[in-house]
Design a protein around this ligand. Structure first.
Ligand SMILES: C[S@@+](CC[C@H](N)C(=O)[O-])C[C@H]1O[C@@H](n2cnc3c(N)ncnc32)[C@H](O)[C@@H]1O
Length: 281
C-alpha cells in the first residue's frame, strides 16, 4: 500500500514507518463498518495526516494483496485487543507494545487503575503519532510511556530506563514487526523479551507458515516491489517450535482463516498466517 506525500505540518515516517500508516488505514476502514470488530476513532486522523492512500493500483495481484492485508489486519487487531484486555482483567498491569506504530489501544480500550503501557518504536514514528493525537486532544486511559528505540539494536536499556520492572510480570505484544527484521534480529529480539520476562509473563505475536506464495507474488508485482524490499523474513524457524525451546509455553494459536470464518468474514488467501499467545515458564 502506498501513501501520498507528507502533510505540510507533520512529518510522516518513511520506509517501514509507512506500514504503520497502512495498518491505520485498515483500522479506519473497519471502524467505519456497521458490523465492525473494533472501533479506532483515531485511525482516520493518522491516514489523513499522512496524505491519505494513493489512488488504488490496478486490479490483479495488487487488489488481492490489499484484501489479504485487510483481512489479516482486522483479525489481528481484534485477536490482540482480546488478548490485552484479558491479560489486564487477569491482573497484568505492565504491558509493552514493541513496534507500537499507530496503535491507539492506550486510548481506545479501557484499562484498570494502575496499568502502565509502554510503546516502543522509532523516534520519528512516535513523534508523528503524538503530533496527530495532540490535534485530536486524545487522552490515554492508562499510564502511557513512549520509548523511542531501534528494535534491531539495544532497546532493552531504553525500556528499563523508562521504567519497565523486569521482576514483575509483563504482557508483551510484538505486532507487525517480525517480518521486517531478519532472522538474527528477530531471534535476538524475542530472546531479549524472554530475558526481561518474569514467570507468568505473556507474549503475543503473529506467525506465518513457511508458505512463500504471497511473498513471491509481491516481489513479482511492480507496484508492490518497494514494499517487498522491506520484508526481511523474521524468525527462520516456526514460532510454534521456537517458543517452547526458549522458555515459553504456547497457550493459544489461531489461524486468521478460522477467525475470519467465525466472524462471518471472507478469508482471502493464501491462508498461512495466524496469531498466538504464549506464557513464560
Ligand atoms: C506494520 S507496522 C505495525 C505497527 C503496529 N504494531 C500495528 O500493528 O499497527 C510496523 C512498525 O514497526 C516499526 N519498526 C520497524 N522496524 C523497527 C525498528 N528497527 N525499530 C523500531 N521500530 C521498528 C515501524 O516503525 C512500524 O511502526
Amino acid at each position: 500500500m502506498t501513501f501520498r506525500a507528507a502533510s505540510d505540518q507533520i512529518e510522516v515516517p518513511a520506509g517501514v514507518g509507512l506500514t504503520a500508516v497502512g495498518m491505520a488505514w485498515v483500522r479506519a476502514r473497519e471502524s467505519a463498518r456497521r458490523d465492525r470488530l473494533f472501533d479506532d476513532p483515531y485511525a482516520e486522523a493518522f491516514v489523513e495526516a499522512a496524505g491519505g492512500p494513493a489512488a488504488a493500483g490496478p486490479a490483479g495481484a495488487f487488489a488481492r494483496f490489499i484484501d489479504v492485508v485487510d483481512s489479516h489486519g482486522v483479525q489481528r487487531t481484534r485477536f490482540f485487543d482480546d488478548y490485552l484486555t484479558r491479560a489486564a482483567d487477569d491482573g497484568q498491569r505492565q504491558l509493552v507494545l514493541l513496534a507500537a506504530g499507530l496503535d491507539t489501544r492506550a486510548y481506545r480500550l479501557s484499562w484498570p487503575a494502575g496499568t502502565r503501557l509502554f510503546e516502543v518504536d522509532l523516534p520519528e514514528m512516535l513523534t508523528f503519532k503524538q503530533a496527530v493525537l495532540d490535534t485530536r486532544h486524545a487522552t490515554a486511559r492508562a499510564e502511557r510511556v513512549t520509548v523511542p528505540a531501534d528494535l534491531a539494536g539495544d532497546w532493552a536499556t531504553a525500556l528499563t530506563r523508562a521504567g519497565l520492572r523486569p521482576r514483575e510480570r509483563t504482557t508483551w505484544l510484538v505486532e507487525g514487526l517480525l517480518p521486517y527484521l531478519d532472522a538474527d534480529q528477530a531471534g535476538r529480539l524475542l530472546t531479549t523479551v524472554g530475558e526481561l520476562s518474569a514467570p507468568g509473563s505473556l507474549l503475543g505475536f503473529e506467525y506465518q507458515s513457511a508458505d512463500t506464495r504471497l511473498l513471491d507474488e509481491l516481489r513479482a508485482t511492480p507496484e508492490l516491489a518497494e514494499f517487498a524490499t522491506l520484508l526481511k523474513g523474521g524468525l527462520d524457524e516456526p514460532a510454534l517450535t521456537w517458543l517452547p525451546r526458549h522458555g515459553w509455553q504456547v497457550l493459544r494459536a489461531r489461524l486468521r482463516a478460522e477467525l475470519a470464518t467465525e466472524s462471518g468474514r471472507l478469508a482471502p488467501g493464501p491462508l498461512v498466517d495466524g496469531f498466538l499467545v504464549a506464557i513464560r515458564r
